[in-house]
Design a protein around this ligand. Structure first.
Ligand code: FAD
Length: 201
C-alpha cells in the first residue's frame, strides 16, 4: 500500500507519535511556529490520559514547597515549572478555554485550576489542522526508521488502511504512553519538549 493510498502525507516537518496532552501541546506549538505537523495516535480519539481526567491543572505554590515534596527532582525543571505555571494558566484562559477559580490543597500541597480539558485538547487539534497539519487516529507507530548512521529518519506506522512508512521527517517527538507518570512531571516535561522542539527546528 502506498503512502497516498494510506492517507498519510509523504513528509512532515515534525512527526509526533502519541496524541495525548504532551504530544498535542507540542504539535500545536510547532504548528504555531510554522511547522507542518503530523500526529499519529493509536487510540480512536486524541487526548490520551487527559481526555479521561477531571482536568485539574495544578502546580506547587512555590519552589520551596516543590523541593520539600520532590527533593530528588531536577531543580532546573522544577524552577521552570513554578515560574511558567501562572502564565500557562493565563495562556489557557487566553485561548478561550474555561478556567475555574484557584483552589488550594490540590494533591495536598498544590494550588490548581479546574480547566475544560476536552476543550483544550480540541483547541490543540484545531491549531494543528488550521496550519495544514494532521492528527491521525487509529494509527500506531510500530518502529522507528534509522539511516545508516543510526539517525532517526522516519517511522513505520500501522492504521486501519494497513502499514506504511512516513519518512522525510525534520523532527520526531515521542510522546507515547507516558502514564502513569506523576502529574507533576507532565508539565515540566512538556515545557522541556516544547523548548527542545523549538530550538531544534
Ligand atoms: C484518570 C486520570 C486522571 C488524571 N487527572 C489529572 C488531573 O486532574 N490533573 C493533572 O495534571 N493530571 C492528571 N492526570 C495525569 C495526566 O492526565 C497525564 O499525566 C497526562 O495527560 C499525560 O499526558 P501525555 O501526553 O504525556 O501521555 P498520555 O496521555 O499517556 O498520551 C500518550 C498517547 O500516546 C498514544 N500512543 C501510545 N503508543 C502509541 C503508538 N505506538 N503510536 C501512536 N500513539 C501511541 C496513547 O494512545 C496516548 O494517547 C490524570 C490521569 C488519569 C489517567
Amino acid at each position: 500500500m502506498t503512502i497516498e493510498e494510506f492517507g498519510l502525507p509523504k513528509r512532515a516537518d515534525v512527526l509526533v507519535i502519541g496524541g495525548g496532552m504532551g504530544g498535542l501541546a507540542a504539535a500545536a506549538a510547532a504548528s504555531e511556529a510554522g511547522a507542518q505537523v503530523v500526529v499519529v495516535e493509536k487510540a480512536t480519539h486524541p487526548g490520551g490520559s487527559a481526555a479521561i481526567s477531571v482536568g485539574m491543572f495544578w502546580g506547587p505554590p512555590d519552589f520551596e514547597s516543590l523541593r520539600a515534596r520532590v527533593p530528588l527532582g531536577d531543580p532546573a525543571l522544577g524552577r521552570a515549572f513554578v515560574e511558567a505555571y501562572p502564565s500557562a494558566v493565563e495562556q489557557i484562559r487566553g485561548m478561550g478555554i474555561a478556567v475555574g477559580k484557584q483552589v488550594q490543597g490540590v494533591m495536598t500541597i498544590g494550588i490548581g485550576y479546574s480547566i475544560d480539558v476536552r476543550a483544550l485538547l480540541s483547541h490543540e487539534v484545531a491549531v494543528v489542522e488550521k496550519a495544514g497539519g494532521r492528527v491521525i487516529c487509529e494509527t500506531a507507530a510500530r518502529r522507528l526508521l534509522l539511516d545508516d548512521k543510526g539517525a532517526v529518519v522516519g517511522a513505520e506506522v500501522r492504521g486501519q488502511g494497513g502499514q506504511t512508512a512516513l519518512t522525510s521527517i525534520g523532527f520526531l517527538m515521542l510522546s507515547a504512553d507516558t502514564c502513569p507518570r506523576a502529574a507533576f512531571l507532565s508539565f515540566p516535561t512538556f515545557l522541556f519538549l516544547v523548548c527542545f522542539l523549538l530550538v531544534h527546528r
